[in-house]
Design a protein around this ligand. Structure first.
Ligand code: NAP
Length: 204
């Protein structure tokens, strides 16, 4: 059923696993851009990660549900997990626009992913449909982002907004490595997500 919202965030990522860096980034964007709601959408089958093993989308979606449960402004959607084939952001944004007609959409994701946006499916249409918030880790040179986006027309570059998030010093890669090596992951991600990882034996 269609809903009325003026400003809506989509938090896109593989979330393998979701951690406090993602949550702090979403909360920071919500506040800075006055978003009424942020929907976390775990990527089902990322088109650019065909070579590396990613956890089952169902596990990643449940961990995302567990992580956002305590924030009334956060929600999750399994649209990418359920959609067959590769998960293209253009298809996701089109679906979300149908559900929230008239809402201004802000797609929040990592700056590394945004750097590759020129290779994404229907990039021009995508940049017409939504704003991009590119979350960066500390020390990440923001000039890099501007240089790499030089191939995009200036009217579209304006639609990409960098946002520095110190908590993104935490990374999913580091968490997976810690689990594999038997090192602690406590305080890097919400406790229910930690319990889920350990109970299900993920990243061993
Ligand atoms: P990624 O390669 O896993 O992540 C790139 C970097 O950004 C990593 O350092 C990652 O940190 C960080 N990151 C990822 N999501 C983040 C978020 N929501 N907030 C803050 N930092 C984040 O990229 P990805 O997760 O696969 O892709 C990001 C989004 O772009 C997804 O929604 C994906 O579907 C979309 N995408 C679409 C296309 C397309 O339509 N053709 C192509 C590529 C990506 P962590 O490892 O700690 O998460």
């Amino acid at each position: 059923m269609a809903q009325t919202l003026k400003r809506l965030g989509i938090m896109g990522g593989t979330f393998d696993p979701i951690h406090y860096g993602h949550l702090v980034a979403a909360e920071g964007a919500r506040h800075a851009f006055q978003l009424e709601k942020v929907i976390f959408i775990p990527a089902g089958r990322p088109p650019h990660k065909t070579g590396r093993k990613i956890s089952d989308p169902h596990h990643r979606w449940i961990m995302t549900e567990l992580a956002v449960a305590s924030n009334p402004y956060f929600d999750t959607s399994s649209i990418e997990v359920e959609r067959p084939g590769y998960s293209y952001t253009i298809d996701t944004v089109r679906e979300v626009r149908n559900l929230y007609p008239g809402a201004e959409i802000f797609f929040i994701t990592g700056a590394d992913a945004v750097l590759e946006i020129l290779n994404w499916k229907n990039v021009n249409e995508l940049l017409e449909m939504c704003w991009f918030i590119a979350a960066t880790r500390p020390g990440y040179p923001l000039g890099n982002l501007k240089r790499r986006l030089a191939g995009i027309s200036p009217e579209y570059v304006k639609r990409i907004i960098p946002m520095e998030v110190p908590a993104l010093a935490i990374s999913s890669t580091e968490i997976r490595a810690r689990v594999q090596e038997g090192r602690p992951i406590k305080y890097l991600l919400p406790e229910p997500v930690e319990a889920y990882i350990l109970n299900r034996g993920l990243y061993k």
